[in-house]
Ligand binder design. Structure first.
Ligand code: ZN
Length: 182
């Protein structure tokens, strides 16, 4: 699938809740996983492939240099067994402790910046088989969840950057907008 780039209004659209897991939703999730892998991303939101829906795919298992922890019922689980993750209607509870970390976005080619995020989050979501899950995440997974759930609500990582970080990427962002307008 084609990845939607910055400037497309669908990136600012709040995703509609998914009430029924249809064949269409399953196919979309499958295509999104493939698209995320081809682009070497750790996450992709439905908005990024042109659909304003509460659906995201995440896979942080390839990022060996940035560890992640996932806990279900307070116990650490094997991320490999849970990945790639397909989350429907995810809702996060953000932990109070913040940390800075580098972030990129497939809709913003070549832009990487530090973004403050909660170090720990609690997530509630539905899986593709209809199961409701609750888990806790730390590290890169916590960051990816916050980035992707933001997408599902029309919020982009540039909205979360510090003003200093925004200034430092302003030139690149302008060039990106110009190249996309062409
Ligand atoms: Zn993104």
């Amino acid at each position: 699938m084609q990845i939607v780039k910055y400037g497309d209004p669908v990136l600012r659209a709040k995703g509609a809740r998914i009430e029924a897991i249809t064949e269409e939703i399953r196919n979309l999730a499958r295509a999104m996983i493939e698209t995320m892998r081809e682009a070497n991303g750790v996450g992709l939101a439905a908005q990024q492939v042109g659909h304003a829906l509460q659906l995201t795919v995440i896979d942080v298992t390839g990022a060996d240099d940035r560890p992640s922890t996932m806990l279900v019922d307070g116990k650490e689980v094997d991320l490999e067994e849970w990945s790639p993750m397909v989350l429907l209607n995810p809702v996060l509870e953000l932990g109070p402790e913040k940390e800075m970390g580098a972030e990129g976005c497939l809709s913003f080619p070549n832009i990487v910046s530090d973004v403050p995020r909660s170090a720990r989050v609690k997530a509630k979501a539905m899986l593709l088989d209809g199961r409701e899950v609750e888990f806790e995440a730390e590290g890169l997974l916590a960051r990816a969840l916050q980035h992707e759930v933001d997408h599902l609500n029309g919020v982009l990582f540039i909205d979360r950057m510090t003003s200093a970080a925004k200034v430092s990427i302003a030139g690149k962002l302008k060039r990106l907008q110009k190249s996309l307008a062409r």
